[in-house]
Design a binder for this molecule. Structure first.
Ligand code: FE
Length: 213
């Protein structure tokens, strides 16, 4: 039987994949990004992500490489809100490179032209020819493990690596963010009304109490 924990031992980075929806920049977080040939890179994006259809229309996309020092807000905005109803780049500073949006607070970027799209049941795998790219500043690239272990982030449900985690409540009261899975230890009702989830920045109302069994 599959031990799902073995999947946590794959290594990934954390990236923002972006494109232009007409003249509106949009994007989403991706961790399944890999160089597959000397000149090509693949990214896997869920069918439900707005960015998926935008890349299909535009034919070009960029990959911004996040570092351990990149603002965690970038992950909140690009990972846990939808570009269909939010102008994500209104909240996150970007530059335009080769007519594509690139996250300013990243350590580098790659510009890609879509050459192949492989449709899987839940995701599209976009293969892109590398057109351009550059290093923007020094920094340690953020790994998915760092995001999990240090930022205490979770995968959105649309991520290829999403695993339904079994939550084993400790003794005492715990709450779970229904959006990102963040666990709050203690009685969240004692937090002020403006409390927001530290990972996805959603309000207190999205937390549900975990009942011990
Ligand atoms: Fe959250």
């Amino acid at each position: 039987m599959l031990n799902k924990n073995v999947l946590w031992d794959f290594t990934y980075g954390v990236y923002v994949v972006s494109s232009f929806d007409g003249d509106k920049p949009t994007g989403c977080i991706a961790n399944s990004v890999a160089q597959v040939t000397n000149t090509k890179i693949m990214v896997s994006i869920n069918h439900s992500n707005h960015t998926n259809s935008v890349i299909k229309k535009d034919g070009y996309f960029s990959v911004s490489i996040l570092s351990e020092k990149s603002d965690p807000n970038i992950i909140s905005v690009f990972g846990f809100t939808s570009g269909a109803d939010t102008d994500k780049f209104q909240k996150i500073k970007y530059e335009t490179k080769n007519n594509l949006p690139v996250v300013y607070d990243s350590i580098g970027y790659i510009i890609l032209k879509t050459t192949d799209v492989i449709e899987l049941d839940t995701h599209s795998v976009f293969i892109g020819e590398i057109m351009d790219g550059d290093i923007l500043r020094d920094g340690v690239p953020m790994t998915y493990k760092y995001y999990h272990d240090v930022i205490k982030g979770r995968a959105p449900k649309s991520a290829p690596t999403y695993i339904e985690e079994e939550v084993k409540p400790q003794t005492g009261v715990q709450y779970r963010c229904k959006i990102c899975g963040y666990i709050y230890n203690g009685d969240i009702t004692k937090e002020p009304p403006n409390y927001v989830c530290p990972v996805c920045k959603q309000p207190k109302s999205v937390f549900e109490r975990i009942i011990a069994v």
